[in-house]
Design a binder for this molecule. Structure first.
Ligand code: NAP
Length: 249
């Protein structure tokens, strides 16, 4: 299997911490230079930058709110100027604002849609032109098992993650003849700050719903992303790959 990403340039959103950080490190380990987008976590992003450089790869830190279309456009233009190209886009940035539907405010709904779904849309839209020009590209977006199955208390989050699936399949159809593959990874429950805030009872309830009876690790997601970014996945597009210990089977 050829997972080598030497001479590839990847842009990872939300790369300072959690799953995004590990995706950046795994891509760097496979040989890619990495543009590390972050929003609030500057110190964490600097740590990721240091770790990428330890693999002997180039790293470029770029602060930007992915829900801001103009800022995303500028990030992609300036990153392309810095590296000459971007081969791999990983849409990882995401937030939760959990609440029961009857109590959910419009602000809670919009905040999640703006970052998770519109942020992914902005990144894909602004990077597509140069990928079409270079006749190659890999776009990988992080959806969720919640977007596949739905989840009580997460109507906004599930809608955004299901939206990423529709966006992925549509983009895959539009770009398939241009040498660009577009896929999504749907993680189950992964041990990060996002899941650490859940109460012990909720965590136990989730554990009971996972056939493999364990939470996933950030490495489980990062390795799937690296595979989809590699030549080994050249004939795969428009797919949603579940990495969830069997939750969504
Ligand atoms: P996390 O630890 O809470 O990290 C979230 C990341 O998103 C941070 O790097 C954060 O960057 C970034 N981010 C948030 N708002 C942003 C914005 N406006 N612009 C740019 N970046 C922004 O979460 P995680 O668990 O690593 O999750 C990563 C992705 O996996 C998310 O899309 C999440 O929905 C998805 N996912 C996670 C799980 C899980 O169980 N953990 C399961 C399924 C799917 P800053 O800190 O710099 O703001």
């Amino acid at each position: 299997m050829n997972l080598v990403l030497e001479e590839k340039v990847a842009l990872v959103t939300g790369a300072g911490r959690g799953i995004g950080r590990q995706i950046a490190l795994t891509l760097a380990e496979c040989g890619a230079d990495v543009i590390l987008n972050y929003h609030g976590s500057k110190e964490a992003a600097k740590e990721t930058e240091k770790a990428v450089k330890e693999f002997g790869r180039r790293a470029f830190l770029y602060p930007c709110d992915v829900s801001d279309s103009d800022a995303v456009k500028k990030m992609i233009e300036e990153s392309t100027k810095e590296f000459g190209k971007i081969d791999i886009l990983v849409n990882n940035a995401g937030i939760t604002r959990d609440n029961l539907l009857m109590r959910m405010s419009e602000e809670e709904f919009d905040a999640v849609m703006d970052i998770n779904l519109k942020g992914t849309f902005h990144c894909i839209r602004h990077i597509a032109r140069q990928m079409i020009r270079q006749k190659s590209g890999r776009i990988i977006s992080i959806s969720s098992v919640s977007g596949v199955l739905g989840n009580a208390g997460q109507a906004n989050y599930c809608a955004s993650k299901a939206g990423i699936i529709g966006l992925t399949k549509s983009a895959a159809r539009e770009f398939a003849s241009r040498g660009i593959t577009v896929n999504a990874v749907a993680p189950g429950f992964i041990d990060t700050e996002m899941t650490a805030v859940l109460s012990k009872e909720v965590q136990e309830d989730i554990l009971n719903r996972i056939p493999m009876k364990q939470f996933g690790r950030v490495e489980d997601i990062a390795q799937m992303v690296a595979f989809l970014a590699s030549d080994a996945a050249r004939y795969i597009t428009g797919q949603v790959i579940s990495v969830d210990g069997g939750m969504a089977m």
